[in-house]
Ligand binder design. Structure first.
Ligand code: HEM
Length: 401
């Protein structure tokens, strides 16, 4: 096997050319440097499907406690201050995750389907009526946060403001590596808002997730207010933008492959496959980081304890060992499953079923209303980030059935 240090090419996750098309770099990494080391940027990276999944599962040697992002602007190193269990190791992580799971159950999520459809129509209808609109700004950028607010019990009158704050929290300025001041201010406002909400629900509980989290108990142990607020903030950071970008990537790639869109438009039963293929082909959460808790031997090299290790999810999903003809966007591909998109092991995405449900409902509605559509020639804007992949602007013109 090739040792990373012998590799002559550079993989720079901050490079805009990499954001434009990371897949040729991933291919090279998988083939020539399955363990890659970048001494300037001070990280190691694994890119093959089997290594990415093994790394996800190796939560003892690969710690999440120093944040799970290379890029500090993605809240990674700040996450522990917000009681985010995404950035905790066991036993703290497993304790909080089990308590949260008592409230955030698959059943509670499944019961959201009717409301998700209503919210989808609320945002989609006015956009479709215009014919030409921005899929992200007018629709995909609104739905996921409204669904999270619905789940938590944020009153409808506050949702637009909560969405505005949530957008500021994840907003990044090009080239700025620190969390920008407006994002910090918005985070504090949002945390203040959630803190008031938790206080109110403590006095008069309702049917929402916030009340269920206050009620959650295992052997006498309960979540503190601070932990509940931390989880609410985590949903904003982990579940909002990722789902927006999934919706964007689905419409972008089916727009670039009109033959594929024709298949779903003709047979709505294929919509879940459209979601899965988008999650595989161009997932919205591309790179997750860990810190080596001990020296780790791989491919004849030693990752020293304390090093950052990147798990290249987007690369794992194109690995030819697992996906035949992986560079082709094919909605009805036979080799589904084995996605790295939601991670694996103890930190496996808690919101995967919500993301899938939401995307399926929204895209089914789109496919049932839109016969054909065209992406705009100009005005499409990509987000530049080391971990989130997708669009900030996606103008298109639709032809209603
Ligand atoms: C964890 C991806 C949607 C909540 C993760 C992880 C990934 C991921 C890769 C693992 C991170 C790690 O191992 O360090 C995605 C993608 C989504 C999505 C691609 C949408 C397409 C959501 C939604 C929610 C959510 C909708 C909730 C509303 C979480 C939480 C964790 C997590 C709470 C942390 C789990 C833990 O640390 O135990 N997600 N996610 N995600 N996700 Fe998602």
């Amino acid at each position: 096997m090739t040792s990373a240090s012998l590799e002559p090419f550079t993989f720079d996750p901050y490079d805009y050319r990499f954001h434009d098309d990371p897949y040729p770099i991933y291919e090279r990494l998988r083939a020539d440097a399955p363990l890659y080391h970048n001494p300037e940027l001070n990280f190691w990276a694994v890119s093959r499907h089997s290594d990415v999944i093994t790394a996800f599962r190796d939560h003892v040697r690969l710690s999440s406690a120093n944040g799970v992002s290379l890029d500090p602007a993605a809240w990674g190193p700040h996450a522990h201050r917000t009681m985010s269990f995404l950035a905790m190791d066991d036993p703290r992580h497993v304790r909080m995750r089990r308590l949260v799971y008592k409230g955030f159950t698959p059943r509670r999520v499944a019961e959201m389907d009717g409301r998700i459809l209503e919210l989808t129509r609320e945002h989609l209808e006015p956009a479709l009526a215009r014919g030409t609109f921005d899929w992200i700004e007018d629709f995909a950028g609104k739905l996921p946060m409204d669904v999270i607010s619905e789940l938590m019990g944020v009153p409808e009158s506050d949702r637009a403001e909560v969405r505005r704050l949530a957008d500021l929290v994840v907003h990044r300025e090009e080239g700025v590596l620190d969390v920008p001041m407006p994002a910090i201010e918005a985070a504090l406002s949002l945390i203040g808002y959630y803190s008031d909400m938790v206080g109110e629900r403590r006095k008069s509980p309702g049917e929402d997730l916030t009340s269920a989290l206050l009620d959650a108990e295992i052997d006498g142990d309960r979540l503190t207010d601070e932990e509940i607020i931390g989880f609410m903030f985590l949903m904003v950071v982990a579940g909002n933008e990722t789902t927006t970008k999934l919706l964007g990537n689905a419409v972008y790639w089916a727009g670039r492959n009109p033959g594929e869109y024709r298949k779903v438009a003709a047979d709505p039963a294929l919509v879940p496959d459209w979601v899965e293929e988008t999650l595989r082909y161009d997932t919205s959460s591309q790179i997750v980081a860990r810190s080596a808790a001990t020296d780790i031997e791989m491919y004849g090299a030693t990752i020293p304890a304390g090093s950052k290790v990147l798990l290249l999810i987007g690369s794992a999903n194109r690995d030819p060992e697992v996906f035949e003809d992986g560079d082709t966007y094919r909605i009805d591909r036979p080799d589904k499953g084995n996605l790295a998109s939601f991670g694996a092991g103890v930190h496996f995405c808690l919101g995967a079923h919500l993301a899938r449900l939401e995307a399926t409902i929204a895209l089914r509605e789109f496919a049932s209303r839109v016969g054909t559509y065209e992406l705009a020639e100009t005005g499409i804007e990509r987000v530049h980030s080391t971990n989130v992949r997708g669009f900030a602007k996606l103008p298109l013109t639709v032809e209603i059935r």
